[in-house]
Design a protein around this ligand. Structure first.
Ligand SMILES: CC(=O)SCCNC(=O)CCNC(=O)[C@H](O)C(C)(C)COP(=O)(O)OP(=O)(O)OC[C@H]1O[C@@H](n2cnc3c(N)ncnc32)[C@H](O)[C@@H]1OP(=O)(O)O
Length: 383
């Protein structure tokens, strides 16, 4: 068990389909300036920096950490860059967490971003598949997601409506989020009637493509009071992987997420996730994934996610609101999303969410993931 680590400062950009007003470096600086100001710190107070982005083709640049260092004034510091598909931001935060928990840094800045308008998203995702087993059949993320959703429909009897309810919930929540770029309320029927992209996936089941960045300052317990009297303490954090092409791989339950949640709940003392969390933020690239996460995170028994969704419990006014921020449906700058979800959860337990604060939120759950849906992680935050 390492040292306690808290999130003491957060900052995210305004996300948009195309942020033509800033370069990639400028986008990063926008988030970093906000996070440092929020933590009442300057770059001089930071020991180490983690830069996280999606795969190279997402924003079509190599080694962005080289010029990100210039843009944020981090020259001379320990800087590592990592990528882990859609979970890049979360993996970056985990790397920063290890640095502080292990005593190698008192304060670490984690900045995650993607400027997807400058890259080739779906082509890039197709290259994530195994060159021998999967590449020939890959059609970006949509082909896999459609097969995955179809399997759940066939085996569990989940309807298109169950996923449409997720999309309608998150799109409605995004309206209050000042950083989201898609803010339009839609009904379940609107989602069902929207343009088919790759059946059963329809236009309103998928997120937009976004440019955006997000940054957090992680601090040791010793230094945290300089920034805030109420940090968001990381009570547990894990990111696990399953074999990509294993024949026994399940499309019903996310095994790596189930493993990660068991580890994290043990560390955080969570025995009844359905009752102990006040708020949950998940990275739902497509609406159908959120249903799987309910089960893999133990918010409901396996196979009962559609019932949980229909009960209203995960709505903003339910007893376990999921994605009060609007999740990926409001904005999806992929490499940044893991950090965005952490920011949303942190501000909830710090009691300072600008626009969609859940009353008396004390304990929050965050889920994030990437790869070919085989890398999944979660974290528990509390005040
Ligand atoms: C871990 C992961 O995240 S994996 C990756 C998951 N993400 C994806 O797969 C991305 C899915 N989305 C897409 O591929 C695209 O958004 C598409 C195909 C649905 C639409 O693409 P296009 O028709 O080229 O639309 P384009 O991106 O130019 O956007 C046009 C407008 O529609 C909006 N828009 C695009 N997609 C959506 C959407 N899914 N929902 C609502 N609005 C949307 C854009 O914000 C933009 O509005 P603006 O100009 O006012 O900002």
């Amino acid at each position: 068990m390492g040292r306690h680590v808290g999130i003491v400062g957060v900052g995210q950009t305004h996300h948009a389909r195309r942020r033509t007003d800033v370069s990639q470096a400028g986008l990063v600086r926008e988030a970093v300036d906000r996070a440092l100001a929020d933590a009442k710190l300057s770059m001089e107070d930071i020991d180490t920096v983690v830069v996280a982005t999606g795969p190279v083709l997402f924003a079509a640049v190599n080694q962005p950490e080289k010029w990100v260092v210039d843009a944020i004034g981090a020259q001379g510091k320990s800087v590592v860059r990592l990528t882990s598909g859609g979970g890049a931001g979360f993996a970056g935060a985990l790397a920063g967490y290890y640095q502080v928990a292990g005593g190698f840094s008192e304060r670490t800045l984690v900045v995650a971003y993607d400027k997807l308008s400058e890259g080739q998203l779906q082509y890039s995702i197709s290259t994530l598949y195994d060159p021998f087993w999967g590449r020939e059949f890959a059609v970006g993320i949509m082909g896999f997601s459609a097969a995955y959703w179809r399997a759940r429909m066939d085996v569990l009897g989940h309807t298109e409506e169950a996923a449409a309810m997720v999309a309608a919930k998150n799109r409605k929540n995004a309206i209050a989020n000042p950083y989201a770029h898609v803010k339009k309320e839609v009904s379940v029927q609107d989602v069902l009637n929207s343009k088919p992209l790759c059946w059963p996936i329809k236009l309103l089941d998928v997120p937009p493509i976004s440019d955006g960045a997000a940054a957090i300052v992680l601090s040791s317990e010793k230094m945290a009071h300089h920034s805030t009297s109420r940090p968001a303490w990381i009570r547990g954090m894990a990111y696990c992987c399953e074999a990509d092409n294993a024949p026994e791989r399940s499309l019903m339950l996310s095994e790596p997420l189930a493993i990660a949640s068991r580890q994290v709940y043990r560390a955080a003392g969570i025995t009844n996730p359905r009752r102990q969390f006040d708020v949950v933020e998940v990275q739902e690239p497509y609406s159908c994934f959120e249903l799987n996460y309910y089960e893999s995170l133990g918010l409901c028994p396996p196979g009962q996610a559609a019932e949980l969704m229909a009960s209203g419990a995960t709505q903003l006014d339910g007893d376990i609101p999921v994605n009060p921020s609007g999740g990926c449906m409001g904005a999806n700058p992929i490499g940044a999303v893991g950090v965005i979800r952490l920011i949303e959860a942190a501000t909830q337990v710090m009691g300072k969410n600008e626009s969609h604060q859940i009353k008396d939120a004390k304990t929050a759950l965050v889920q994030s993931g990437g790869g070919w849906a085989n890398l999944r992680g979660c974290a528990v935050l509390s005040a």
